[in-house]
Write a protein that binds this ligand. Structure first.
Ligand code: BTN
Length: 255
């Protein structure tokens, strides 16, 4: 239907007008032996989910709400690398399809001039050190106008159309994403994370500067050194101690 030129990413597409969450649909499909590369796309989500149990606003027809099913043969602790890979694929797809270059805020928020254009949520199903499936959920604001966002998002969110000034084709962006993702994923499986890390760093924002990480067990502030080969964020605290950040909300620039 999308006329994809990929080998497997997006070759099996599950499109629904309305779902609760494409993550949930993809999880059910994964338990039902759906092949790697299966893509679930919805026009609207009634219970879209973000990171850290937050709600994800997913109104009808204006965004890309999709979940990609992968079955990589890698140890579960490497799954976060796929989140960073997905962020690079989305950034490149937006660049190619719409001509704007988003910045990546660790680990996986895509921003344009500080405002969020895409969020990514990775969920892992693993048992005894074997990955059963990885589901990468992508929520991209595409054709919203400022008035379409709820009040609390107006200052912090943007859309492709708001940035380019014209309506964008969602299927063109999805096609571009599938092509970019497949290229990066095959490179990752063959050569490992290092080439992806370099690409991620080329889009990253705030590395080298001061950051505040709000983690589950407290706040860490200092200079962001970069990411490790596993995709973990390193922050050097003011005493010189280097902290590894696996999961957090990041604030920067700091005043
Ligand atoms: C975040 O920034 O917190 C991540 C947002 C991820 C939203 C997407 S939309 C498609 C998929 N289905 C969901 O319920 N969530 C993800």
């Amino acid at each position: 239907r999308l006329g994809l030129k990929t080998r497997f990413i997006g070759q099996s597409i599950f499109y629904r007008e309305t779902v609760d969450s494409t993550q949930k649909v993809a999880l059910l499909l994964s338990q039902d032996k759906a092949p790697e590369g299966t893509l679930v796309v919805a026009d609207e989500q009634t219970a879209g989910r973000g990171r850290m149990d937050r709600k994800w606003h997913s109104p009808k027809g204006t965004g890309i709400w999709m979940s990609l099913l992968l079955r990589p043969n890698i140890p579960p602790q490497k799954a976060p690398q796929l989140t960073l890979l997905a962020a690079v694929a989305v950034a490149t797809a937006i660049e190619e399809a719409a001509g704007i270059t988003p910045e990546i805020k660790w680990p996986n928020d895509l921003l344009v001039e500080g405002k969020k254009i895409t969020g990514i949520l990775t969920e892992l199903q693993a048992e005894s050190d074997r990955i059963h499936s990885v589901i990468i959920g992508i929520g991209m604001n595409v054709n919203q106008k400022i008035g379409d966002f709820p009040e609390e998002l107006k200052d912090i969110a943007t859309s492709v159309a708001m940035e380019t000034g014209s309506e964008a084709s969602r299927s063109k962006i999805i096609r571009e994403f599938c092509a970019q993702f497949e290229k990066l994923y095959l490179m990752y499986l063959e050569k490992g994370f290092y080439p992806i890390k370099l690409l991620w760093e080329s889009y990253a924002k705030g590395i080298g500067g001061r950051m505040r990480a709000r983690t589950y067990n407290g706040v860490i502030e200092g200079r962001a050194l970069g990411i490790t080969d596993d995709g973990v964020l390193e922050i050097e605290g003011d005493g010189g101690k280097v902290h590894l950040i696996y999961s957090a909300d990041i604030d920067f620039p700091l005043s």
